[in-house]
Every structure is written in C-alpha cells, then in structure tokens.
Design a protein around this ligand. Structure first.
Ligand SMILES: *[C@@H]1O[C@H](CO)[C@@H](O)[C@H](O)[C@H]1NC(C)=O
Ligand SMILES: *[C@@H]1O[C@H](CO)[C@@H](O)[C@H](O)[C@H]1NC(C)=O
Ligand SMILES: *[C@@H]1O[C@H](CO)[C@@H](O)[C@H](O)[C@H]1NC(C)=O
Ligand SMILES: *[C@@H]1O[C@H](CO)[C@@H](O)[C@H](O)[C@H]1NC(C)=O
Ligand SMILES: *[C@@H]1O[C@H](CO)[C@@H](O)[C@H](O)[C@H]1NC(C)=O
Ligand SMILES: *[C@@H]1O[C@H](CO)[C@@H](O)[C@H](O)[C@H]1NC(C)=O
Ligand SMILES: *[C@@H]1O[C@H](CO)[C@@H](O)[C@H](O)[C@H]1NC(C)=O
Ligand SMILES: *[C@H]1O[C@H](CO)[C@@H](O)[C@H](O)[C@H]1NC(C)=O
Ligand SMILES: CC(=O)N[C@H]1CO[C@H](CO)[C@@H](O)[C@@H]1O
Ligand SMILES: [Ca+2]
Ligand SMILES: [Ca+2]
Length: 420
C-alpha cells in the first residue's frame, strides 16, 4: 500500500484514476481488517457463554434437589420430635438409674480403697513370703548338697570302717605274731648283747691291729713303689745286658775260633821261640854290656865341652851324687849364663820339676860351693832364696821360663843332673 501511495504521488497528476483505485484498495483493506478483529472477539467470548449456560442449568438442578431435600427433612423433623419425647422419658429413667449407679459407685469406691489397702498389705506379705521362700530354697539346696556330701562321706567311712576292721584283724594277727617274734628276739637280743660286748672288746683289739697293719701297709706300699722303680730300672739294664751278652757271645765265638787259630800259631811260635831263646841265652851277657853302654850314651846330651844326663830315677842328694860318680861324672856345676839356659831347655818345662844340682852349704852354713870345690861365679837364686827353711843345705834347679835355683832338704827324693 505505501508503495502504491508513494508511486501514486510520484506519478501525481498524470494518473488520477490510478490514485482513486489505490484509495479504494486502502478502504477495502480497512474493512477486511475490521471484520478480522470482530471475528477474533466473537471466537474469544463464545466459551464463556457456554459455561455460564451450563452453570445456570446446574443451579436449577440444585434448587430442585434442595426443595426435595427440604421436604424430606420436614418429615424427618416430625419423626425426630416424637423420638425426642420418648428420649426425654428415657432420660428421666436414665437420670434415676444414674443416681442409683452413683450411689453404687461410691460404695464401690470405698470397697476398692479397702481392697487396695488389703492388696498392698497382701503384696507386702507376698514379697516377704517370696524372699523367705528364696532363702528357704537356698538353704534347701545347701542342705541337699551337704546331704549328698554326707552321704558320700558316710559311704567312705563305711568302706574305711570295713577296711579298718579288716586291717585291724590283720594287725591283731600280725601283732600276735610280732609279740611271739619279739619274745624270741628278746632272748636273741640278750644273747647278742653279750656277744656285742665281746665283739666290742674284739673290735678295739682288731682296730689296734688294723692301725698297725695300715702303717706297715703304707711303708710296704712305699717300699713297693721304690722296688717297682728299681725293678723297672733293673729290667731295662737286664735287657741292655742281654743285648750286650748276645753281642759278646757272638764276639766270644769269633774269638774262640780266632783263639784256636792263634793257639796253633802260638804253639808253632813257642817252639820257634824256644829255639831262639837257647840261641840268645848264649849271646845274652855280651849283648847286655853292649846295650847298657848304648843306652847310657843315648841318654847323655852334649853342650860346649861337657856332656849332661837327666836321671829318670829319683834319689836324695847324696845318693844322686854317688850315681853321677858311678857314671864317671859328678853333679852339675853351672858357671855361665849359656849353661843356665841350656839346662833349662834340657828339663821338661811342662811340669814344674825340681832337680838336684851340684850345689851345697853342708860344710859351712850360708857358704854355697860347687861339688868341684869352686865358689859361685854367677847366681840364679829365686827371689827370697836361699832361705834355709828347716835347715835346707842342698841346691836344686827349678825349671820355669828362665830356670832358677832354690835350697832344699837334702833328704828329698828327686831327679838329678850329672855333668862330665
Ligand atoms: C479387708 O481385710 C479385713 C481384715 O484383714 C477384712 O475384715 C475385710 O473383710 C477385708 N475386705 C475385703 C473386701 O476382703
Ligand atoms: C553345709 O556345709 C558347710 C560346710 O560343710 C557348712 O558351712 C554349712 O553351714 C552347711 N549348711 C547347712 C545348712 O548345714
Ligand atoms: C578313707 O580312707 C582314705 C584312704 O585311706 C582317705 O583318703 C579318706 O579321707 C578316708 N575317708 C574318710 C571319710 O575318712
Ligand atoms: C578299701 O580297701 C580296698 C582293698 O584293700 C581298696 O581298694 C579301697 O581303695 C579301700 N577303700 C578306702 C576308702 O580306703
Ligand atoms: C673274740 O675273741 C676271742 C679270742 O680272740 C674269740 O675266742 C671269740 O670267739 C671272739 N668273739 C667273737 C664274737 O668273735
Ligand atoms: C777274628 O779274626 C778275623 C780275621 O783274622 C778278624 O777280622 C776278626 O776281627 C777277629 N775277631 C775278633 C773278635 O777279634
Ligand atoms: C840317702 O839315702 C840313703 C839310702 O837310702 C841313706 O842311707 C842316707 O841316709 C840318705 N841321706 C839323707 C841325707 O837322707
Ligand atoms: C438432583 O438432580 C440431579 C439432576 O439434575 C440428579 O441427577 C440427582 O440425583 C438429584 N438428587 C440429589 C440428591 O442431588
Ligand atoms: C421408655 C421406657 O423405658 N419407659 C419406662 C420408664 O420407667 C417406667 C417405670 O419404671 C416404665 O414403666 C416405662 O416403660
Ligand atoms: Ca843351708
Ligand atoms: Ca830354700
């Protein structure tokens, strides 16, 4: 429509017919719109109307119904009026009854109170009875148990009694037996008593003997131990000896054979020796002379112009000098330091040896002279010598590192040195 209006204005004057048509069309449109609105309102109010109609009908119905009801209620009211009269009479009857009942009720109340009191009393009594009943029950139970105990004990005692009776009889018999035995034993006891006294004395005797034996046993035991030890030692020795004996036996046998062999050889030699001895016996004196000469020569040592001899025999000073003179010599005379050293070498220095030399102060005490009559030219006395201790008058040579002299008793038996 707006479009049309706009378009109509645009075209204006040129199209006046078209404008009329447009107005007509607009009016038509308005009419259409109004009809639409009316229709709308109609359809909206229709349901309200229907419901109101229905309600009215219903109310009509209710009114009818209520009228009928009122009639009926009127009839009922009449009936009820009659009934009320009747009920009034009943009420008076009932009132009377009520009074009667009231009276009865009060009497019942008093009775009830009484019963109540009686009931409480009874109840108390019942409680008391109940407790006493319980006590009695407990006591009865105890009695019952005690009774069963007693029963059992009684049975025990009965059996024990019978047992005891039996044992008593047995004991009586055994008692009688014992009495008899006791009498016998009493006699025996007296006898034994006597014996015991005897035994006691015997016992003391035996005890003393036993002690002695014990002591000797101990010593024997000790001895035995010692002998055991020595026996063992002897045994060992015996075994050793046995082995040695066996070896010796074997050696002896060998020796026996060797001996028999040697015996034959010896016999042969003996016969030879006999022959030789007879031969030698003839030559002996001549040989002996030669031998002694050779021996003496062999024992002499030469130094400077002299010969020296150290004896193997031991003699006193005078006998020593005699022996030297017998050899055609005399005891040693030392007159030089060389000779002193030589003599020292001549002697065996391993053992300290005192040897006689030809020096003496027998003629005049303290005046020492050589055996050839010459005085001392050179001295080798030991320190503190000569001291003439217990009258020493003979000189001796003491072998040592250098050799020295000492005066000694002439009777002393010792080696000597000869010089010729
Ligand atoms: C209540 O007890 C008394 C005495 O004990 C008795 O005389 C009385 O009759 C009792 N009452 C009833 C209602 O039993
Ligand atoms: C039952 O026995 C026990 C012990 O023997 C005793 O203490 C108690 O008194 C007894 N009971 C009765 C009711 O004699
Ligand atoms: C019966 O004897 C037994 C054994 O000899 C003993 O243990 C027991 O206590 C006794 N009984 C009674 C009731 O004396
Ligand atoms: C009684 O004696 C019998 C046989 O000797 C024995 O078996 C029993 O245990 C005894 N009884 C008692 C209660 O001592
Ligand atoms: C007591 O010793 C004596 C003499 O040694 C002997 O006759 C006697 O029988 C001994 N007595 C006994 C009970 O051995
Ligand atoms: C016995 O002689 C032999 C030979 O001549 C020698 O070997 C042996 O050692 C000798 N026996 C004894 C025990 O001398
Ligand atoms: C020495 O010995 C000889 C022979 O045994 C003896 O006669 C002499 O009296 C002795 N001289 C000294 C001084 O003992
Ligand atoms: C009342 O009226 C209606 C009909 O309108 C009926 O159906 C109904 O039974 C009547 N009675 C009572 C007591 O309402
Ligand atoms: C309705 C009823 O029970 N009436 C009774 C009331 O009491 C008298 C006398 O006690 C009766 O005769 C009636 O019948
Ligand atoms: Ca002197
Ligand atoms: Ca001296």
């Amino acid at each position: 429509l707006i479009f049309l209006l706009v378009s109509g204005r645009v075209r204006g004057k040129r199209n006046q017919i078209l404008r009329c048509v447009t107005v007509c069309l607009g009016l038509l449109c308005a009419v259409l719109l109004c009809s639409n609105i009316g229709q709308f309102i109609f359809y909206q109010t229709q349901p309200y109307y229907n419901t109101l109609t229905q309600e009215k009908e219903k109310l009509q119905n209710d009114n009818d119904n209520l009228t009928a009801e009122r009639d009926r209620l009127e009839i009922s009211y009449d009936v009820l009026s009659k009934e009320t009269g009747q009920l009034k009479i009943i009420l008076s009857n009932l009132t009377k009854d009520k009074d009667e009942l009231q009276h009865y009720y009060s009497s019942l109340i008093t009775k009830r109170d009484e019963l109540k009191a009686n009931f409480s009393n009874v109840k108390n009594e019942k409680d008391q009875l109940q407790t006493s009943f319980i006590n009695l029950k407990q006591e009865r139970d105890q009695f019952e148990t005690n009774y069963t105990d007693m029963q059992r004990k009684l049975e025990d005692l009965q059996t024990n009694h019978s047992n005891l009776t039996a044992t008593a009889e047995q004991l009586q018999t055994s008692y009688n037996n014992l009495q008899r035995e006791k009498d016998a034993l009493s006699i025996l006891f007296n006898a034994l008593r006597l014996k015991e006294v005897q035994l006691e004395s015997n016992y003391t005797v035996l005890k003393r003997e036993k002690d002695q034996l014990q002591r000797s046993y101990n010593t024997l035991n000790r001895n035995k131990h010692q002998t055991d030890q020595s026996y063992n030692a002897l045994r060992k020795e015996k075994e050793q000896l046995q082995t040695r004996y066996n070896t010796l036996r074997k050696e002896k046998e060998q020796l026996q054979t060797n001996y028999s062999r040697l015996a034959t050889a010896r016999e042969e030699l003996q016969s030879k020796v006999k022959r030789m001895t007879t031969k030698l016996n003839g030559m002996l004196p001549m040989l002996q002379l030669k031998f002694t000469k050779i021996i003496s020569i062999a024992h002499w040592r030469r130094f400077d112009i002299s010969c020296y001899f150290v004896s193997t025999l031991k003699k006193n000073w005078t006998e020593s000098r005699k022996a030297c003179i017998a050899e055609g010599a005399d005891l040693l005379v030392i007159d030089s330091a060389e000779e002193q050293v030589f003599v020292n070498e001549l002697l065996d220095k391993r053992e300290r040896q005192n040897t006689w030399i030809g020096l003496t102060d027998t003629l005049k005490e303290g005046v020492w002279t050589w055996v050839d009559g010459t005085p001392i030219t050179i001295e080798y006395w030991q320190p503190g010598q000569p001291n003439d201790f217990k009258n020493q008058d003979c000189g001796e040579y003491v072998s040592s590192d250098k050799g020295s002299w000492n005066d000694d008793g002439c009777f002393a038996s010792q080696n000597y040195i000869c010089e010729k």
